[in-house]
Design a protein around this ligand. Structure first.
Ligand SMILES: Nc1nc2c(c(=O)[nH]1)N[C@H]1C(S)=C(S)[C@@H](COP(=O)(O)OP(=O)(O)OC[C@H]3O[C@@H](n4cnc5c(N)ncnc54)[C@H](O)[C@@H]3O)O[C@H]1N2
Ligand code: MOO
Length: 393
């Protein structure tokens, strides 16, 4: 069986190059910037007051000054500067040429048109022209646009940008025992949860999920589902990946001409993961156990969806200290569901004592996946370990 790293490399190699799409800024949050966005102007466009107060000359600071005008945001002062004068000024207004300092109004005393500075401060309270960005500066591609990016692009006067088209991801759950949420299960039936969980992971990574009707455990039903999914950039099957008599995904996909990149890897949970190309679509076959599906979705499917948008894989292991002793590991890299708490230097990680890959409630409680490499020896509480965060803390 191949390693997790090797499997991830093969999965990422399935990504087709990102396709450009022009969108308005109002629709760009969360999208992946695909081409550099070039600032069309300089910000601030003039030396601007950072405080409400008075513009004056540094050399005049200790003398009484005559107030000869006003500069407000959107209404610059148009007069001619003179020695021993001050200009009433407001935050964001242009500082008239000839004045080199803004004094906060709290640090002045005004009597009619005569101003005295009562408290000297370091700092000019002037934002120099271009100190934020200059025309020609660019925002580099390969990033998902957050609120600050959207604001910056707007300030750069760029109303439309080129982002990666969001990958279409068909989600194909299968199993005779499965019915959708909201229905009443008969004996032997359970509610299909994986398709909705995987759809949530797809959306989180920037893809557009399309949940297909639940397939039955027959070759014909699976063929019909694959046909319905054929326009997707990525087809994600869930379940039917193992070796049981009713695990037909691998066989049907192979009959339809799937080029397999791998089947099975040295990982726990998620051993029966399958990956390859089916026609023009990438395909991932996730195991049916709910925790296995979510862990594989996090470790392989989300990085693939990001790669299809020209983004980095987005897996950032961090360090923590173990809160408990742990036994040795076997020949599969083990991703253990765990909770995080504050620690002295590093966070404290406590893996659940039960790591059953069917226990969704524990997956939902987990803050992190503890990464135990293959053949990791027994570990003592306090030792440093790597983990992947599952939710912001
Ligand atoms: N003899 C062996 N048996 C199993 C092996 C093995 O190596 N040899 N591997 C085990 C491992 S590990 C895993 S993981 C599972 C994966 O099995 P499948 O991918 O074939 O999944 P299913 O059998 O279809 O389902 C497993 C389990 O998950 C439930 N399930 C499936 N789909 C959904 C869904 N959409 N929503 C909620 N729950 C779902 C299903 O009812 C089963 O309980 O195989 C082991 N067996
Ligand atoms: O490899 Mo399976 O995903 O442990 O339940």
């Amino acid at each position: 069986m191949i390693s997790v790293d090797e499997a991830l490399a093969r999965v990422l190699a399935l990504a087709s190059p990102p396709q450009p799409e022009l969108v308005s800024l109002a629709d760009a949050a969360g999208r992946a910037l695909l081409e550099p966005a070039i600032a069309r102007l300089t910000q601030p466009p003039f030396d601007a007051a950072a405080m409400d107060g008075y513009a004056l000359r540094d050399t005049d600071l200790s003398q009484p000054l005559r107030i000869i005008g006003e500069s407000a945001a959107g209404h610059p002062w148009q007069g001619t500067p003179e020695p021993l004068t001050a200009i009433r000024i407001f935050t964001g207004a242009p500082v008239p040429a000839g004045y080199d300092r803004v004094v906060m109004q709290e640090h002045t005393n005004r009597d009619g048109d005569i101003l005295t500075v009562t408290e000297r401060q370091t700092g000019t309270h002037i934002r120099a022209r271009g100190n934020d960005f200059a025309a020609g500066d660019s925002l580099t591609p390969g990033r998902r646009l957050n609120a600050a990016d959207i604001g910056l692009l707007a300030a750069m006067n760029i109303p439309e940008i080129t982002v990666a088209r969001a990958p279409r991801v068909a989600i194909l759950a299968g199993g005779d025992e499965l019915i959708p949420p909201g229905q009443t299960p008969n004996e032997g039936q359970i509610i299909s949860s994986n398709d909705l969980a995987i759809a949530a992971l797809v959306a989180e990574a920037g893809g557009i999920p399309q949940i297909l009707p639940i397939a039955r455990d027959t070759e014909q039903s699976l063929r019909d589902s694959f046909a319905a999914a054929s326009n997707a950039d990525l087809i994600v099957t869930i379940g039917g990946a193992s070796v049981g008599d009713h695990d037909l995904v691998g066989k049907v996909a192979a009959d339809l001409g799937m080029e397999r990149a791998f089947y099975k890897l040295a990982m726990r949970p998620g051993k029966p993961l399958m990956a390859g190309m089916l026609g023009k679509s990438a395909m991932l076959g996730l195991p049916g156990n709910p925790v296995s599906a979510i862990v594989c979705g996090t470790l392989f499917m989300q990085p693939l969806i990001r790669a299809m948008q020209g983004l980095p894989p987005g897996l950032h292991p961090r360090r923590a200290r173990l809160a408990v002793d742990l036994g040795p590991e076997g020949d599969r890299q083990h991703y253990q569901r765990a909770t995080l708490a504050d620690g002295d230097d590093l966070p404290l990680l406590t893996p659940f004592s039960d790591q059953d890959s069917a226990r969704l409630a524990l997956m939902s409680q987990a803050d992190a996946l503890l990464i135990r490499p293959t053949h990791d020896p027994a570990r003592k509480a306090g030792e440093m370990v790597d983990f992947l965060p599952l939710r912001p803390r």
